[in-house]
Write a protein that binds this ligand. Sequence first.
Ligand SMILES: [Zn+2]
Ligand SMILES: [Zn+2]
Length: 390
Amino acid sequence: MKDCEYQQISPGAAPPPASPGARRPGPAAPPGPGPGPPPSAAAPRWSSSGSGSGSLGRRPRRKWEVFPGRNRFYCGGRLMLAGHGGVFALTLLLILTTTVLFFVFDCPFLARHLTLAIPIIAAILFFFVMSCLLQTSFTDPGILPRATVCEAAALEKQIDNTGSSTYRPPPRTREVTINGQVVKLKYCFTCKMFRPPRTSHCSVCDNCVERFDHHCPWVGNCVGKRNYRFFYAFILSLSFLTAFIFACVVTHLTLRSQGSNFLSTLKETPASVLELVICFFSIWSILGLSGFHTYLVASNLTTNEDIKGSWSNKRGGEASVNPYSHKSVITNCCAVLCGPLPPSLIDRRGFVQSDTVLPSPVRSDEPACGAKPDASMEDTCQDFAISCTA
Ligand SMILES: [Zn+2]
Ligand SMILES: [Zn+2]
């Protein structure tokens, strides 16, 4: 199987990452002809304003407490969720309400008149759905840490060194070749780095997310590299659960109405009618979503790429193929759903090391933070491309 996972591009002078959990992924580098920031893996990727002199008598702060994105953290940073969790609460409410009503008002009758397997199957499906949903919602979707203050200062220095009195925006794209396909890397002005391939900045969460699929308010999180498999398992199992409950409730109502008026049976079982309505109106969208994501998994595409048409008739009708596809449905499915789960790059529980991010050296003539001139940038892009085609 080809390995299309990109490798870290070292801008040059920086030391290698200290730990896998804190490494700097992707071709992170400042724009323009100047030096690139180092990975500086030991340093946190965001600043802690005011904490530089706060070590005396102050509780050391963890990184989730100064996280710059719009996420909310729980359990001391162990769990994270997008900023707006209202729709996620509605998802939980709908699933819990429907399933509890089913167990209370339908399962006793069905177990008595048909088989005990019905509540057992429903329970297994329900626990699988809930575990997939919670893993999708509370897992880091693959957020990339932002550039440090030091790296941002190095960028400002490069802009100053252009000699222009007016602000000139740095070049916003780089190009790399992946499996023979030219892929553009866009610069993220919020995160101060070039986004690795398939990475996009979520406007809701305000983070760059690797292999960004979409932001899903129903699960209250971005769907990306680290939680896509859970999301896919969630919608697939939810399709089965919804169809199962719908079929069982119809069977229940049919058996109950034998020898009597069907309308009077509906009046006797309002809870079953409510389940029927919820399942009927939700099953179409859930089934459609499952089918669409099955197509995406089989093609090794993301929703983002599919909507943008990244690999279809690009550049005025010129044929373009998806460079990440393994040309085989089974291999694509294995790569998307069964590949190794990369570690989270935002060390949420780590402590802020403010002294390592202060931009004090940027006044010197030397490139800040150990960065070196940009002669290596093109090389690193090419290294990056080669690593993607391995
Ligand atoms: Zn970004
Ligand atoms: Zn998001």
